[in-house]
Design a protein around this ligand. Structure first.
Ligand code: FES
Ligand code: FES
Length: 158
């Protein structure tokens, strides 16, 4: 079967990519576009390490076909920092010591970013629920939740 040409806008940059029909969005972004921030943990939609935004919706990109994202706006972890400055969510993860091995963190940050766009003043319980689709094998989650609450505070300017 021939490859199919698709158009993606990733972090504001337009790409035309030839993809196999069975390639995932995650594979395409990592291997064809060279944006390796998004990670593959499980490859089955269960861990959230591959989370990115597609047309503003948080998706597990390991189980989305690249052809399904044809014509979409994609935001990956590489798209959050601006002018060399970390996004407040990223900054809070660093400051709160919320990162251990780091493998889950791009997905955690994307899920937190998505949560805070929808709910700028979440309770701890809402943060826990917002990140429920993201698994971490290292941190025990407490520092991650602390970082998200700190980021929310900073973004609101409290
Ligand atoms: S790698 Fe996509 S959900 Fe785990
Ligand atoms: S920091 Fe290692 S899996 Fe989360």
């Amino acid at each position: 079967m021939p490859k199919r040409l698709i158009n993606l806008t990733v972090n504001g940059e337009a790409y035309e990519v030839a993809v196999e029909p069975w390639w995932s969005l995650l594979y395409t972004v990592r291997e064809e576009l060279g944006l390796t921030g998004s990670k593959e943990g499980c490859g089955t939609g269960d861990c959230g390490a591959c989370s990115m935004l597609v047309d503003g919706r948080l998706v597990t990109s390991c189980i989305m076909l690249a052809v399904e994202a044809d014509g979409c706006q994609v935001t990956t972890i590489e798209g959050l920092a601006t002018d060399g400055n970390l996004h407040p969510v990223q900054q809070a993860f660093v400051e709160k010591g919320a990162v251990q091995c780091g493998y889950c963190i791009p997905g955690m940050v994307m899920a937190a970013y998505d949560l805070l766009r929808r709910n700028p003043n979440p309770t701890l319980e809402e943060v826990r629920l917002g990140l429920a689709g993201n698994l971490c094998r290292c941190t025990g989650y407490a520092k991650i939740y602390e970082a998200v609450l700190a980021a929310a505070e900073r973004m609101r300017g409290d």
